[in-house]
Design a protein around this ligand. Structure first.
Ligand code: COA
Length: 163
């Protein structure tokens, strides 16, 4: 049954990390198709433009054949109604993620009762990882090669080491 489901993995991916990639790879084995839906998180000031985030995601997932990288603006609940998919994937790194994710899942269900959120747990080596931390390390000249795909590492170097 789940093999026929189209699921959506929404996020800001600013930038994509190996932790996100781990969730994408895991979901690609569970569902027939995954849309990675990139958007602007209005509570954050993004470092990478939407086009850059889309490009890095496309480059990093090119070997997975059931993944599509798209963008949306506005409410996730409206976007899901538009594409007729009501399964949302989110990653849970640690207990500290739970409150925010729980609130978001219930709010989305309140906006549309058809929406179900499925939480996947990334490999334990990624549970401490965050995009903000990766950006800070890169900005300060640290090595981020084990935290992000190669193309993201290069883009981080371009962004911070030219300054
Ligand atoms: N491994 C490592 N890090 C991970 C991770 C994983 N598996 N999953 C998440 N993270 C980290 C990210 O690096 C990121 O770190 P940061 O806070 O330092 O940037 C953070 O956790 C969450 O990022 P991400 O999952 O990319 O996106 P988000 O939390 O910014 O996305 C949206 C939230 C986009 C899904 C939400 O804001 C949304 O739905 N917006 C649309 C508008 C809407 O409908 N709003 C009402 C919602 S109820």
């Amino acid at each position: 049954m789940s093999q026929e489901i189209l699921a959506v993995y929404p996020g800001s991916f600013d930038p994509l990390t190996n932790g996100h990639l781990d969730i994408i790879t895991r979901s690609s084995k569970l569902f027939c198709k995954i849309i990675v839906a990139v958007t602007t998180n209005y509570n954050k000031k993004h470092t990478f433009s939407l086009d850059e985030r889309l490009r890095l995601l496309r480059e990093s997932t090119k070997d997975l054949n059931n993944i599509e990288i798209l963008s949306f603006s506005g409410l996730l609940a409206k976007y899901l109604e538009q594409i007729k998919s009501f399964v949302v994937i989110r990653g849970l790194r640690a207990l500290s993620d739970f409150e925010y994710e729980f609130q978001m899942a219930l709010m989305n269900r309140n906006l549309n009762k058809k929406i179900e959120t499925i939480f996947l747990i990334p490999d334990q080596s990624y549970t401490f990882l965050s995009s903000t931390m990766v950006k800070e390390i890169a900005m300060l000249g640290g090595d981020v090669s084990c935290f992000v795909p190669k193309c993201v590492e290069e883009e981080l170097k371009n962004k911070y080491q030219k300054k």
